[in-house]
Design a protein around this ligand. Structure first.
Ligand SMILES: Cc1cn([C@H]2C[C@H](O)[C@@H](COP(=O)(O)OP(=O)(O)OP(=O)(O)O)O2)c(=O)[nH]c1=O
Length: 185
């Protein structure tokens, strides 16, 4: 049995695209980057902790495999998680506007004896955004619950001048990499 340790409706929707049967587990892992922790190490660690927390819930079930993922937006050494309020969302969008950032998703697949990881790094270039565009976007509510304060699958799709990488990875679960993990496991 496959489990998805995630409360993200996007991840559920994306995993459904692969046509696999799975059950969702609720996990709540603190997302706190340690001082000096490299961005990719942090993202991978959080995804691993989500998968591990899920596995603890189903460890008695024979054949249980658990997927966990974490998505963050990275600009230089800054890691943008989900904004807490409108001011934070606006500040993130102001930094992303007119620049190229990385949208990074780490995925772990674990069972009681094995674990495997995939990491998807996409390069995303945003158009210039003026204060009015940022305010209008934040007012849609879309930034909340989204890394970097934007949803590529929503209105922010119009901000993306260029994407090199994985659209599903930016959205929260890279399908090519996830399918490969499931096949190889
Ligand atoms: C960049 C980007 C992120 N996102 C979402 C995907 C993730 O749900 C979220 C990043 O937060 P995460 O901490 O990766 O995930 P989550 O808290 O939503 O869910 P869980 O930890 O339970 O798995 O941002 C989009 O939906 N679209 C985008 O374009």
């Amino acid at each position: 049995m496959l489990y998805l340790a995630s409360q993200s409706p996007r991840r559920r929707q994306l995993l459904e695209q692969l046509g696999v049967q799975f059950t969702v587990l609720d996990v709540d892992v603190p997302e706190v980057r340690a001082i000096g922790e490299p961005a990719h190490d942090y993202i991978s660690r959080v995804a691993h902790e989500k998968a591990g927390a899920g596995l603890l819930q189903v460890i008695g079930n024979a054949g249980a495999r658990v997927l966990g993922a974490d998505t963050e937006v990275v600009l230089g050494d800054h890691v943008f998680g989900k904004p807490n309020d409108a001011a934070q969302a606006s500040a993130m969008l102001r930094e992303l506007a007119g620049r190229t950032h990385h949208a990074v998703t780490a995925v772990w697949l674990v069972d009681s004896g094995r674990e495997a990881r995939a990491i998807s790094v996409s390069e995303v270039t945003f158009a210039d955004l003026d204060e009015a565009a940022i305010a209008a976007y934040v007012a849609t509510g879309e930034p909340f619950g989204r890394a970097g304060g934007y949803a590529i699958q929503g209105r922010a799709g119009a901000f993306v001048r260029h994407l090199s990488g994985s659209y599903s990875g930016v959205m929260g679960l890279p399908l090519f990499e996830t399918a490969r993990l499931l096949r190889e496991f």
